[in-house]
Design a protein around this ligand. Structure first.
Ligand code: NAD
Length: 442
């Protein structure tokens, strides 16, 4: 099938490449001409494990191409997928649909023959209706169906998630579109991936409901972690204990610095806006968002407390800046709020991340020292905070770290280490929601 992917970002590039790997003929279009030129030259603009090789293989096989202009590929395509960004609109938190509507107008102008336009971007309920209206208004002659097919992949595991999804949700309003979606996902379908056909509005809302539910688990376990700290209970054991219940499940129950990233914060804001406008408030989701906002500040205060209550003039090393491991994505990363609070308190920061430093430099501003190893971040520091649990930080040479620090203080915001082990190297060790010895208690 001839497929066009509009938007070659984290979602578009991965899903476009995976669809090519299934045997479809895919053109990824992006209005960022530099990005397209880089892709055409074989460079991958994002960090995603396994992607470089997959792009190279499919481009070499002639199934994957890149273009800055969509007219010719769209005219020839049977399916056009929209995977452009839908960030939070400045000031009010609604989803900014400018890119989606622009793409819809551009697609409309290029349509030729029956085409299914598939919205992969995360968009509020009713956006599919509006995209269809835009296209029909611009091209009353167009033979088109508009489908909602939200994407559930996780950055860092995006290829596996796309190729082995828990489910595919397709919001279709007619059988012709359904047949095209079935053909598009046929390789997955044969692999037993459940393909769930629902109405277009249901598909749109399902994506938001899924993200809101996952965020709820995170805020929930973070509050339980606080209670654990007050009671001497261990949040990791609590999470294991409740997670063994099939009705609850073990995932998304890791206490830490709160959720961030390119999706949860903006999607939760947008969902709250939709619910509010329709006078059907989501009070649980509102609480989840406010718990998470407060969480980032509380976690920064935890680091300050570990430094004796004052970080002025102190050097603090931060390990891990991206919102989660195995991505270079810094959007809404908790490290940003933590770094800002520590700097406001007068701390000097020395930071490291395996893949996110370029993006972080643009966001963290001056006065932050970026270093090329976790050991360099610890060198001469008054405290070291593990913010994002990259594998590279899971087996640090703790003797070396302790010896190089001004004061061996480790604040483990992801509960990666065992208390006894860290303390055996002379560290004052602070973690999240686990019992801490008297001398470390904050
Ligand atoms: P992104 O910012 O990484 O990529 C979007 C790309 O679209 C950019 O390269 C931009 O230049 C391009 N673009 C914008 N308007 C365009 C136009 N008119 N024509 C051509 N290209 C255009 O965004 P992303 O992280 O891939 O997210 C895309 C959508 O998928 C969002 O709605 C997001 O919420 C959703 N989503 C993201 C993830 C994730 O993990 N990143 C997961 C699931 C769903």
């Amino acid at each position: 099938m001839r497929v066009v992917m509009i938007g070659a970002g984290y979602v578009g590039l991965v899903t476009g490449t995976c669809l090519a790997d299934f045997g479809h003929n895919v053109t990824c279009v992006d209005r960022d001409a530099d990005r397209i030129a880089a892709l055409q030259a074989g460079a991958i603009p994002i960090f995603e494990p396994g992607l470089e090789e997959l792009v190279a293989n499919n481009a070499a096989a002639g199934r994957l191409a890149f273009a800055a202009e969509l007219s010719a590929p769209v005219a020839a395509a049977e399916a056009v997928l929209i995977a452009v960004g839908t960030p939070a609109r400045h000031g009010d938190g609604y989803a900014d649909l400018t890119h989606v509507y622009t793409a819809a107008r551009e697609i409309a102008a290029a349509l030729d023959g029956y085409t299914v336009v598939i919205i992969k971007s995360t968009v509020p309920v009713g956006t599919g209706d509006e995209v269809e209206r835009i296209i029909r208004q611009a091209r009353p002659d167009a033979d088109v169906s508009v489908v909602s097919n939200p994407e559930f992949l996780r950055e860092g595991a995006a290829i596996v998630d796309f190729k082995r999804p828990d489910r595919i949700i397709a919001g279709v309003e007619d059988n012709r579109a359904r047949a095209v979606v079935e053909a598009l996902y046929r390789p997955l379908y044969l692999n037993q991936a459940p393909l769930l056909f629902v109405s277009r509005r249901t598909a749109e809302l399902t994506k938001y409901a899924a993200n809101a539910f996952l965020a709820t688990k995170i805020s929930f376990i973070n509050e339980i972690a606080d209670l654990c700290e007050k009671t001497g209970a261990n949040v990791q054991d609590v999470a294991r204990g409740i997670g063994m219940d099939n009705r609850i499940g073990p995932k998304f129950l890791n206490a830490g610095p709160g959720y961030g990233g390119s999706c949860f914060p903006k999607d939760i804001k947008a969902l709250i806006k939709t619910a509010h406008d329709l006078k059907s408030p989501l009070r649980i989701v509102e609480a989840v968002a406010s718990v998470n906002d407060e969480r980032k500040r509380a976690i920064a205060r935890k680091v300050i407390a570990a430094c004796g209550g004052d970080v002025r003039g102190k050097t603090i090393g931060l390990l891990g800046l991206t919102f989660k491991p195995n991505t270079d994505d810094m959007r809404e990363a908790p490290s940003l709020a933590i770094a800002a609070t520590l700097r406001n308190g007068g701390a000097r920061l020395r930071v490291h991340d395996p893949a996110g430093m370029e993006q972080a430099k643009a966001l963290m501003g001056d006065g932050v020292e970026f270093v090329d190893s976790p050991y360099a971040a610890a060198e001469g520091a008054d405290a070291l905070a593990l913010v994002t649990e990259w594998d590279a930080y899971r087996a640090l040479d703790l003797a070396r770290v302790a010896a190089s620090m001004c004061a061996p203080v480790l604040v483990d915001l992801r509960n990666v280490y065992r208390t006894e082990e860290v303390e055996s190297y002379g560290f004052a060790y602070y973690c999240v929601g686990r019992p801490m010895p008297k001398k470390s208690s904050v």
